[in-house]
Ligand binder design. Sequence first.
Ligand code: FA5
Length: 342
Amino acid sequence: MSENSPVDAMRRAIDTAREGALAKIMAAQDSASLRDLGIELSRKTSGLVALKGEMGKLSSTADKRAVGQYLNNATTEIAAALAARTTEFADQELLRRVENERIDLSELLTTRRRGHSHIVTQATQRLEDVFVGLGFQVAEGPEVETDFYNFEALNMPRSHPSRSEFDTMFLEFGEPGSTLLRTHMSPVQIRVMKTWKPPIYAIMPGRAFRRDTPDATHMPVFHQIEGLVVDRGITFAHLAGTIEAFTKAFFDSEFTSRLRPSYFPFTEPSAEFDIRTPDGDWIELGGCGMVHPNVLISGGIDPEEFSGFAFGFGIDRMAKERHKVDDIREMYTNDLRFLRQF
Ligand code: FA5
């Protein structure tokens, strides 16, 4: 075949069209222009497609087959180049998007969204810190208690009228009325006396349960902190001094405390203690007194040798007063707008 044969002429035309198309593909700057280029190349008037139409001009079947094969190869090569460049752009665009949408998580470490302890947990930890600073140790006891620890060992036998002051939640377990959710933290006093030896300087924070209707100052599940001191020669003056030292450390030095005569079966004498705010308001915090000799005996301690004092107050109410929250229920609705303030 001479250089000027129709087949050669077609081949050269195919080469030119192919190279032109490949150059355009390489020159495309983004996937949108590549897509337009793909459409343009498939138009009837575009190089290779137009050449296909000219094949009819070839005279022999052998020529048609040879040129047809050449044209197919060129078309395949262009399609592959288009596909490769399309993938290249898609990869680049994905990378760019990932880069743009990157979230800087280190921000979370510095913003308020980090989360923190609940207002009542904070109060409990602060109470523990203050009392540990005064030389107390922290003790724990179970939330499900027996009648013995919650009442009987605390000088409240079955018929005792003051049992009715604790609206008790009983569990269906064992003898009816024998198992309950502790109504206060005082049962832990007995557990501590039975397992530790005097001198005892203990605080016992925890959850207590009563059939109380929720209102601004009551919850059916609430928190108390109990304190117990048993040592030789402990007097009421030690109790008053401890309450005063605690009040100043927990609130601030502008606060003072006072004790008012009261009654608890497990202490004798007993008192309520109030704190006075710098504004002059008196706020009732809890009960206290000298541990009743019967209670020392329940705990296995000789009342002739040792004496002690105990106190117990509501942590939720203290947190409420410290942060001037109007209603104790606010602390348990889990509204983050409220909780984030503390
Ligand atoms: C007692 O529970 C005694 N065990 C305290 C005590 C211990 C006295 C040691 C003497 C010696 P009382 O029932 O008053 O006492 O409760 C003490 C405090 O718990 C209350 O002053 C109050 O702050 C808190 N409290 C009681 N019931 C609730 C409740 N339903 N919701 C929130 N706080 C409560």
